[in-house]
Design a protein around this ligand. Sequence first.
Ligand code: NAG
Ligand code: NAG
Ligand code: NAG
Ligand code: NAG
Ligand code: NAG
Ligand code: NAG
Length: 407
Amino acid sequence: MMHSALLSLSLLVAGAAAQAENLYTSTATADVEAARATAKTSSPTSNVKGKAFDRFVVIWLENTDYDLAAGDANLSWLAKKGITLNGYHAVTHPSEPNYIAAIGGDYFGMQNDNFNQVDANVSTVIDLLEDKGITWGEYQEDMPYTGFEGKAYVNQKTGANDYVRKHNPGVIYNSAAAKTDRLALMKNLTQFYVDLENDALPQWMFITPNMTSDGHDTDVSVAGTWTRTFLEPLLEDKRFMKNTLVLVTFDENETYSIQNRILGILLGDAVPSKLVGTTDDHYYNHYSEISTVSANWDLHTLGRFDVGANVFKLVADKTGDVVREWDGKVALDNMYFNTSYAGYFNTNGGNQRYPGPNLGSCTKSHKRTVLPSIKKAWSGNPAPVYYGLGVAIPDGLNPPTGYAPVL
Ligand SMILES: *[C@@H]1O[C@H](CO)[C@@H](O)[C@H](O)[C@H]1NC(C)=O
Ligand SMILES: *[C@@H]1O[C@H](CO)[C@@H](O)[C@H](O)[C@H]1NC(C)=O
Ligand SMILES: *[C@@H]1O[C@H](CO)[C@@H](O)[C@H](O)[C@H]1NC(C)=O
Ligand SMILES: *[C@@H]1O[C@H](CO)[C@@H](O)[C@H](O)[C@H]1NC(C)=O
Ligand SMILES: *[C@@H]1O[C@H](CO)[C@@H](O)[C@H](O)[C@H]1NC(C)=O
Ligand SMILES: CC(=O)N[C@H]1CO[C@H](CO)[C@@H](O)[C@@H]1O
């Protein structure tokens, strides 16, 4: 009797929790107002020392080919204050798979910008950070309230595109969106300034400007101006610069028929002065955003493409990681990263099974192991594992075994 009462109570609780990822999707005015009035916002702080930086800030702009980005006056002004990453590549097209790759270590075949939800048993860098007590947050310009899960929210006066879910990596993963305490950390840019004022910024943050500011509906000069306007005062702000490393980059190159290389700029007071104004030519991709953070704070790994990904050189020099050359069968110059392989989210068909993480993985260049909770969830699962330990990653033209795309 008591047992079954307890059981149904816990089922109820589990049922309620499992719905959190779908509770805040409405864009009807009344629903938005109601949710805004009750949305929980939190801003916990921490101060976990890293080997190369104590704070990591990622800012993503949109759809710009390398040369165009490098030629923008305001982006090159920023680049002169830091390190230009000359060998940084996106992982596929279009936007959304690139965003999810940057925190989850794969894009699971996604070749679309749909309302997607990655199952709760797939972990992200958020799990790695929380495991070591490192605070994180997202700041999404013009998201109508903290924890909003809808597909888009347009400018209420003009109807123009504004906030879009496809550029918010955290909310796409149910491992984050199904937990209300994690939704409370997915905030808008207004909250960035609140947190800055209160000296309550987290140690890891992902910042997405709106569809105008990020260049998506405009061009690189708008994106460059926005980025400089946003960052210039922060570069001098002691509440922001606390041994901080800022990465400014793009989700993807614009032209699909050419290689998907994008501009990356590393900035901030964590950049040693002797490296200011220099260029780093090594091969990096969005998975380097995870491996760099893992290396810096000695985090576990996800066991996916983060394991082999190069750690940014300025960080690797302090963590003992080795920055390696592209080691794929196909030369890097012949890799386009312009189409997705098959997988769970590929709406063209093909193998839709999630691959399992590589549970035994660590490489010669580092000894980081897979997060214990990931090991627990996936050990014994018969899912295929296609993650190696090298730097090279597949693309749709060179897919993982068993995951050839239907083109
Ligand atoms: C940003 O989020 C806060 C907290 O939910 C909300 O009160 C505010 O209205 C939002 N700002 C904008 C510009 O939508
Ligand atoms: C996007 O943000 C900019 C400021 O960063 C603002 O001027 C603009 O109104 C916002 N929305 C749209 C749809 O342009
Ligand atoms: C961006 O560059 C243009 C010149 O191309 C300049 O007029 C403008 O003031 C710059 N924006 C900022 C914020 O400095
Ligand atoms: C990717 O690039 C290759 C080489 O330019 C081209 O043949 C192919 O059509 C491109 N794929 C897409 C989807 O644009
Ligand atoms: C994760 O969830 C997917 C989708 O429900 C399922 O196919 C897969 O078996 C699950 N993996 C594990 C390890 O539970
Ligand atoms: C590798 C690379 O940069 N690919 C292309 C991205 O877009 C520019 C166009 O601006 C091309 O020149 C690059 O070849």
